[in-house]
Write a protein of this length. Structure first.
Length: 278
């Protein structure tokens, strides 16, 4: 049990909070996926809050949802607003000290969204720098992704669409490779169509890792270990083996035992027979 009344559950090598109790709720909305990821990263690094996930409602609107103690949530939201304003993508923000239980049960602002995020599995691209490049139009995003993959030692982790024609390519790799790849992708996106936003995050936190979209080819899910062992068969074999050994030993003992011959005794003649001989 945490100080703020939340409990934790183990998923892979990371710990996700699924029951937020009476913890406060904070939300910051932007109109760009790279902008909301960068905003969430700064919110996590500024205060002791948990990033529950993102809510995307279309037309490019994305909201980062955080939970924690009221003081931490206030600090995180304030930093998030300033970060979003630097990107010129800030839309709105709100803080609720104690969300209603009915609100928790219906809206994806707590346990429901956190459970969905934690069920995705473990990504093989974890602990690598993140690069996001957003375009308006799918061809520009595909062309930029191809240019980024050819420019540096990076991997395309996923792509994200949030409406209003906005598409984001997400790459992972070392910081230097990601920076070079993003620069190459920017030139290609501007050549093909419209470049909307870019973002590079050198060291993402665990909460940010778990909320980012990842293609299924990079997901590792633990499989149960199957041991098709029938314990009855070895017992039978051992029993048969012991019986065979006993029979062999009995046979050998029978073969080695000497043959006992009964002693020959002289027959005693009756008195009448002795008289006849005389």
């Amino acid at each position: 049990m945490e100080p703020d009344g939340t409990t934790e559950s183990q998923t892979g090598s990371t710990r996700r909070k699924h029951d937020f109790g009476d913890s406060a709720l904070g939300m910051v909305c932007t109109r760009s996926f790279p902008a909301i990821v960068g905003t969430a990263d700064m919110m996590l690094k500024s205060a002791g809050v948990t990033l529950v996930g993102y809510e995307k409602i279309g037309s490019g609107y994305c909201t980062a949802v955080v939970r924690g103690r009221i003081a931490d949530v206030r600090i995180a939201v304030d930093v998030g607003v300033k970060t979003a304003e630097k990107f010129n993508q800030f839309i709105s923000q709100t803080i609720i000290a104690r969300p209603s239980l009915n609100l928790e049960a219906v809206l994806p602002i707590g346990s429901r969204l956190a459970q969905f995020v934690s069920d995705q599995g473990y990504s093989r691209l974890s602990n690598l720098a993140i690069g996001l490049l957003e375009t308006r139009g799918y061809p520009a995003m595909v062309g930029a992704a191809d240019a980024m993959l050819k420019a540096g030692d990076v991997q395309l982790a996923a792509c994200e669409t949030i409406g209003d024609g906005l598409c984001t390519a997400i790459i992972r790799g070392r910081v230097s490779d990601v920076a070079i790849a993003i620069e190459a992708g920017m030139h290609e996106a501007e050549r093909i169509g419209e470049l909307h936003a870019v973002m590079v995050i050198p060291r993402p936190l665990d909460d940010l890792e778990e909320t980012l979209p990842v293609a299924s080819c990079w997901i590792e899910r633990p499989t149960p270990l199957a041991l098709p062992i029938d314990l009855k068969e070895p017992i039978k074999e051992l029993a048969l083996q012991d019986t065979a050994e006993v029979s062999v030993e009995t046979t050998q003992q029978a073969e080695l035992e000497p043959l006992v011959i009964p002693e020959q005794r002289e027959l005693e003649l009756e008195p009448n027979e002795e008289r006849r001989e005389d």
